[in-house]
Design a protein around this ligand. Sequence first.
Ligand code: CO
Length: 251
Amino acid sequence: MTRTLDYLLDRNVAWSLAKTRDDPAYFRRMAEQQSPSYLWIGCSDSRVTANDVLGLDPGEVFVHRNIANVVHTSDLNILSVLEFAIQHLRVRHIIVCGHYGCGGIERALSEERSAMVDHWLQPITMFHRKHRAHFDRLSSRTALLDRVSELNIEMQVRRIATMPLVENAWSRGQDLHLHGWIYGMHDGLIRDLGPHVSSIEERDALPSIDQRVFHAEEPASGLRRHALEAFGSLKLTDDLASPSCCMPDEH
Ligand code: CO
């Protein structure tokens, strides 16, 4: 039986050596006070680590994660993180980033109700039940899970925007922006779903999350929007724009 985790500690030594070899000042910089500009609120899923998917060094993003990136307004953990991030670190951006293929969302929509996690996921379960007639019209189970994943992120951004902590920061004139993002496990890309909220006025102008359910938007809308923008920005060469192999003969 393996009673110690020496292989992990060995990996740590190798990592520390490699870091120091590449950048001798790395750990001296890290030992200084952190001053990240971003707070990331994400899922606990082991595949979605904020620093990795954003390509940021430690010290650049303050992180809170839980199953299905839920913001419970009575959760002491997230309230403490938000208070520290806003009042002491003075982050400028709070990002709620969920992900497609989230096991937490799948669980919330299942009939299983036997574990503590079902209490945690209750807001998502109730939201799905409330709009079940609409969600049942989606074309597939994947479309349903994708859409609920997206709406869950929008819901959590709205919840943060109503917190006294955040309202007080805006009232003080603090520069603080809320964002809703979703990460695609299959391509490693993040989609900007919105909403973007930077003031009490912007928050009050948002449609409610219930209205958003009926918004005529296809499932995986973030994915679609991102793909369209990516293709739109491509500069096609003449050869690519009109490939001679496939064009009908005009002669
Ligand atoms: Co997840």
